[in-house]
Ligand binder design. Structure first.
Ligand code: ATP
Ligand code: MG
Length: 437
């Protein structure tokens, strides 16, 4: 096929026969978040560029290289959101949600845009399920947030995911660590990749996050943040670990995790899997106590995470996890002739209003072709409606799984009895005897 225009590199389509996978993940994420008391928030796809420059941090890869920015009138520019946190915090502040009481817990499912080198599990438009909690400085909030992410992952049936946690301290202890890191990497400056040369000057913590093998080798003996934490930060980290222990959540302490965004403080974490290629994060998050103030709000401790839904799907597929199949057709009516089509039209309208998933012929196909179609869509019951059936006011309802036929009288209560019969047959074990006439 010679399509004139194709999908942009790094984007995807979710076709009708695959979209049920998304529905499974979205339902589990939403229900779990709500169970933890998080409420959904919806925010715009694009924001003032300044929101991300300030909120995500202008030394991050995301802001430096990956943003899709479009110019508007005058000097104004807008940027397609590269992540959900900055916009969510802006919306929470702009709508005065913090005045409704603390903590505030919100979640979102949205698409993000980053100009990346597209590859498996790395797209230019991808989707995140994210949660943000505002108003608690307690380590309990950290454990609770991690527990929510962990519950979503395990409820989806995903295994072999390793939770890595770290503390990157507060601005005070991090300043000392920064110095130590710079001193460590400076002698290796020439061996580092170009991005890391720049990181060394602007944000040396990010050196630990470099994906290049050579740079990772250099970073092997770098000083560890955990040795530089101040008493309060160390105590906070200990308490987070204690609560994770009480919750029965396994974790590994990984002092190399620093996160890509500048707003993080103290606890940071990633859920990693090796089942979708090189070790990949399916979820990442942490505490960002400075962000609310940076965006113009009253200083408010906060934290959150975001889960990459494409990576979640890839992991589930590679592990053979189950997705909920769509409902599918319960009844197919095969009318034969114009009169039957009229009766079928009235009947199907009534049945649908009663909640039955029903289809009938819209193309004028032969009976044989209709039966083939009914089979293809997996119809659970089929009715063939011809002149004979209408004349004798009698019709057979065929159970496609068992081949069993059940006779029904066509009268005023037909639709209702049929609907009850179908529902009862689908919900196994219900007695259908009294429903037939
Ligand atoms: P990575 O190190 O893989 O580039 P990141 O640190 O840039 O990830 P975050 O900004 O923390 O990622 O985003 C949270 C989650 O969103 C990631 O853990 C990942 O699952 C997902 N994610 C990030 N970028 C992409 C992308 N380009 N395509 C698909 N998923 C992504
Ligand atoms: Mg990235």
């Amino acid at each position: 096929m010679a399509l004139t225009v194709k999908r942009p590199n790094g984007t995807m389509d979710a076709t009708p026969s695959e979209v049920y996978k998304w529905h499974t993940i979205e339902r589990v994420a939403k229900e779990t978040a709500e169970q933890f008391g998080f409420r959904e928030i919806r925010i715009p796809t694009f924001e003032d560029t300044g929101l991300f420059v300030r909120g995500v941090g202008d030394t991050t890869d995301v802001v430096q290289k990956e943003m899709y920015t479009v110019s508007s009138t005058g000097d104004k520019t807008y940027t397609l959101r590269p992540e959900g946190t900055a916009g969510t915090i802006r919306a929470v502040l702009e709508n005065g949600i913090l005045n409704e009481g603390l903590p505030q817990k919100v979640f979102y499912i949205l698409s993000c845009f980053r100009h990346e080198k597209a590859q498996k599990g790395r797209l230019r438009e991808f989707h995140q399920f994210g949660c943000e909690m505002l108003g608690s400085a307690s380590p309990l909030a950290d454990a609770e947030t991690i527990s929510l992410a962990s519950s979503v992952i395990s409820r989806l049936g995903i295994k072999n995911v390793e939770l890595n946690i770290n503390s990157i301290g507060c601005p005070e202890c991090r300043a000392k660590y920064r110095q130590a890191l710079t001193a460590y990497f400076e002698p290796h400056r020439e061996e580092l990749c170009d991005t890391c040369k720049e990181r060394l000057d602007k944000n040396p913590l990010r050196l630990l996050d470099c994906k290049s093998k050579e740079d990772q080798e250099i970073a092997k003996d770098a000083p560890l943040i955990t040795d530089y934490l101040c008493d309060e930060c160390a105590e906070h980290f200990e308490a987070v670990k204690k609560y994770l222990g009480i919750m029965g959540i396994d974790y590994k302490i990984n002092p190399k995790i620093v996160r890509g965004l500048d707003y993080y403080t103290r606890t940071v974490f990633e859920f990693l899997t090796t089942d979708i290629g090189s070790q990949a994060a399916v979820c990442a998050g942490g505490r960002y106590d400075g962000l609310v103030e940076t965006l113009g709000g009253k200083a408010t401790p906060a934290l959150g995470f975001a889960m990459g839904l494409e990576r979640i799907i890839l992991t589930m597929e590679s592990q053979g996890c189950e997705f909920e199949e769509p409902e599918g057709c319960e009844l197919y009516i095969a009318p034969m002739g114009a009169k039957a089509a009229d009766t079928a039209t009235a009947l199907i309208t009534e049945l649908r209003d009663m909640g039955v998933y029903a289809e009938y012929d819209l193309i004028g196909r032969s009976l044989k072709a209709q039966m083939k179609y009914a089979d293809k869509i997996g119809a659970k019951f089929v009715i063939v409606l011809g002149d004979n059936e209408i004349e004798q006011r009698q019709v057979n309802v065929k159970n496609m799984a068992t081949g069993e036929q059940t006779a029904f009288t066509i009268d005023d209560s037909f639709a209702e009895r049929l609907s009850d019969f179908i529902m009862a047959s689908i919900v196994e074990g219900l007695d259908t005897e009294g429903l037939i006439q």
